[in-house]
Design a protein around this ligand. Structure first.
Ligand code: HAM
Length: 420
């Protein structure tokens, strides 16, 4: 039986991998520019971390986790997101002692979702988390950094949708109002939502069932219930976003699919992505550290989906830079020329000139034709004549010209022309 890649995952082939590097390099540059340092955590964690961190009522915990028992019978889960893992590490390694703790990560995450365009079972995120500060100033920095990331990639037609989910002070009153509202529609709700209603009525608002969606349109919204402190936080955040020149829209229906959020929540969406339109999501999660057994730590962050970012960049015609190609290709015309060619190749590589050798005994014309559509600039052709005369026959691929050079000039020829 032929073995294929698992459903919902994909290979990143060489024709695309440079795009990933391009985005990851910009992600690192932006993270550094905003003062964030890299953290790498394991791809699997104790299942308990996600149950307590993300919340029992979420689709992620109820339906989408890759959970398995290890050989000692301990329940482990492939990380479905980065925030709980980063917070676990911050608490475990006392990183919160320097405030704020500003961390970023890039890596794979796993959710057992129904695959479709923009939704995979293994996907990748670039995320920032700022831990230890409760001020809306850091919420604004986080949103500004996400927007700077997308702008730097050339994505302009994106919208920041902003909301506040309140705090432990004001949320219970909102919860009561929600329960009252949805109870009056109980019979029309899907079976999942009937259950959600008693565990976490907020989850009914982001149910994907069309009936539930329709009902939720008239549900009360959290921003009408915010306490004075949450209201002040939300207003200050909006002022600061304007200071940074970040355009945003308040969307009171953004509730996010994870239970840990308090106050600020946001999503960055594009109308060019179809059903899976969010390229980025985030918010404040002041209760998460305590939820997973740590001290109380205010925190805020975001994660951007790399696959969706690539898809949007492709749709918008954004540049991914160039795929790196060797500057020089050495072509031995037959086996007897390989040693002479190898010594030239060795010298080029020692001089940090990207170079490669073509071993296949193909027709030279065919080789030049293939090379003409690449970025390679020089073909060093080595035959018996070149060896006996201690020279290299150089084909200048861009200028469609040919010159002979002494073999001692193999490196210099490229270096000098490279500096022209
Ligand atoms: P999230 O909204 O679940 O948030 O995911 C963030 C982004 O990851 C999404 O906007 C989307 O671009 C991408 N994404 C999520 N699931 C998939 C999937 N199945 N396939 C492809 N892309 C996907 C979080 O994960 C939070 N940890 C964000 C955060 C950080 N909140 C605070 N700090």
């Amino acid at each position: 039986m032929k073995i294929n890649v698992p459903r919902g995952t994909c290979d990143v082939l060489p024709v695309d991998s440079y795009k990933w590097n391009y985005i990851e390099n910009i992600a690192r540059e932006i993270a550094n520019r905003f003062g964030f340092r890299e953290i790498r955590t394991p791809v699997f964690e104790h299942t308990e971390l996600f149950i307590r961190g993300i919340g029992n009522s979420t689709d992620i915990v109820r339906k989408e986790m890759y959970t398995f028992d290890d050989k000692k019978g301990r329940s482990m889960t492939l990380r479905p997101e980065g925030t709980a893992t980063v917070m676990r590490s911050v608490l475990e390694n006392n990183l919160y002692l320097s405030v704020p703790t500003k961390l970023f990560y890039i890596g794979p995450f796993f959710r057992y979702e129904r695959p479709q365009e923009g939704r995979y079972r293994q996907f990748h995120q670039f995320g920032l988390e700022a831990i230890g500060i409760d001020s809306p100033a850091i919420d604004a920095e986080i949103i500004h950094s996400a927007c700077t990331f997308f702008e730097t990639l050339g994505l302009k037609e994106i919208v920041v949708q902003l909301n506040s989910l309140g705090c432990s002070e004001c949320r219970p009153k909102y919860r009561e109002a929600l329960v009252e509202f949805f109870e009056s529609h109980r019979e029309e709700l899907c079976s999942d939502c009937k259950e959600r209603l008693s565990i976490n009525p907020l989850r009914v608002i982001d149910c994907k069932n069309p009936n539930c969606k329709q009902i939720a349109l008239n549900a009360p919204v959290m921003i009408d219930f915010l306490c004075d402190e949450c209201k002040a936080h939300f207003e200050k955040l909006q002022k600061l976003l304007s200071v940074y020149g970040v355009d945003f829209k308040v969307n009171p229906r953004i509730v996010r699919g994870l239970d840990y959020y308090t106050r600020t929540v946001f999503e960055i969406v594009s109308n060019q992505l179809g059903a899976q339109d969010a390229i980025c999501g985030g918010g404040r999660y002041n209760g998460l550290a305590e939820e997973i057994g740590g001290k109380s730590l205010p925190a805020v962050g975001f994660a951007a989906g790399i696959e969706r970012t690539i898809s949007l960049m492709t749709k918008c015609g954004c540049s991914f830079g160039k795929e790196p190609t060797p500057k020089v290709i050495v072509i031995p015309l037959d086996d007897s020329c390989e040693e002479y060619s190898a010594s030239i190749l060795g010298k080029l590589r020692s001089a940090k000139i990207s170079s490669d050798m073509i071993y296949a005994k193909k027709n030279l014309k065919k080789i030049f034709k293939e090379l003409s559509s690449s970025e390679t600039e020089y073909a060093y052709v080595i035959g018996a004549d070149e060896i006996s005369a201690n020279k290299i026959s150089v084909k200048l691929l861009k200028e469609k010209n040919q010159v002979d050079i002494p073999v001692s000039d193999a490196v210099n020829f490229v270096s000098v022309r490279g500096n022209c």
